[in-house]
Design a protein around this ligand. Structure first.
Ligand SMILES: [Zn+2]
Ligand SMILES: [Zn+2]
Length: 286
């Protein structure tokens, strides 16, 4: 018996669960738990610096230019070669990251990881200057042991798993350790964050590998900068950053930090303001 591929595909699509945000069948790109409409409505970070993924203004980059750089990277290039950060840290992505950090959001981690895979594949299918070389190894940003015990999992590993499975890149969970617990980074500028992280990581030796650091949120880039320096000093050939979300410039960082502190002290108060399964407001799709 010969099976019609169209019928097969319809059946597979019907087997998919409902969209996380609107209850329509989830048939988003790459098997993500979103429908196409909700997936398209996410706050994507497409107009950004190639090096650090900082969102750029239209004046800085008239249109999506894959090689555009921000003023900070032009003045003082960071130790990593480029950053893939497909989403802005706002709305649903921000809510999902918070769920992930609170230890509940494994579904959200898988979703964000798959969205990173989709962004990578989209860049590979685009113009040559915007393409990203396939890394040899994925290294998740490690947590301090005390924080790992309290949280129960490392959110960067949850994000790295879909990248590893779908792109076939080995995931090295224990390649880097935190040597000490660092004071909170919230509210600190980039220079203070960098000095706060001095000697915070220890890496196994490398032999010229191209390494992608995997992280959840990039704010000033101080954590990935310090980790990139550690990896390069340990023999890595090149370091890039795969981060699920990116904050905007410094002023919003301060607002963001104040908000985060309020929510941390209020525990899961955030959930009371959010939808049943989604974030800021449930979507209605037709
Ligand atoms: Zn939807
Ligand atoms: Zn930049």
């Amino acid at each position: 018996m010969r099976l019609n591929p169209k019928v097969l595909w319809t059946n597979v699509a019907m087997l998919a669960g409902p969209c996380m945000l609107c209850d329509q069948p989830a048939a988003g790109p790459g098997g993500t738990e979103l429908c196409r409409s909700c997936s398209a409505a996410l706050p994507y970070n497409r107009l950004c610096c190639r090096r650090c993924a900082l969102p750029l203004t239209a004046a800085e980059s008239p249109g999506i230019i894959p090689t555009a750089l921000c003023q900070a990277c032009l003045r003082s290039p960071p130790p990593y070669a480029l950053t893939l950060a497909p989403l802005l840290y706002e709305g649903f992505p921000r809510y999902w990251i918070r769920r992930l950090k609170q230890g509940f959001g494994l579904v959200e981690g898988r979703l964000l990881g798959n969205l990173m895979v989709e962004a990578f594949l989209e860049r590979q299918a685009g113009p040559r200057p915007g393409r990203i070389p396939l890394p040899d190894v994925l290294v998740p940003v490690p947590l301090a042991t005390s924080r790992l015990i309290r949280r129960g999992h490392n959110q960067s590993i949850s994000l790295a798993k879909p990248l590893s499975h779908r792109l076939g890149i080995p995931l090295r969970r224990r390649a880097v350790q935190r040597t000490r617990r660092t004071a909170t980074q919230r509210g600190l500028g980039r220079d203070l964050r960098l000095s706060n992280l001095e000697g915070a990581f220890r890496s196994r030796p490398w032999r010229g590998e191209r390494i992608a650091i995997v992280d959840d949120v990039m704010t000033t880039g101080a954590t990935v900068s310090r980790l990139a320096i550690t990896l390069l000093e340990a023999g890595a050939g090149e370091v890039m950053v795969f981060c699920a979300t990116r904050t905007a410039a410094a002023p919003s960082l301060l607002i963001d930090s104040a908000h985060d502190r309020a929510n941390t002290s209020a525990g899961l108060e955030l959930d009371e303001h959010m939808g049943r399964r989604g974030g800021p407001a449930r979507r209605r799709c037709r």
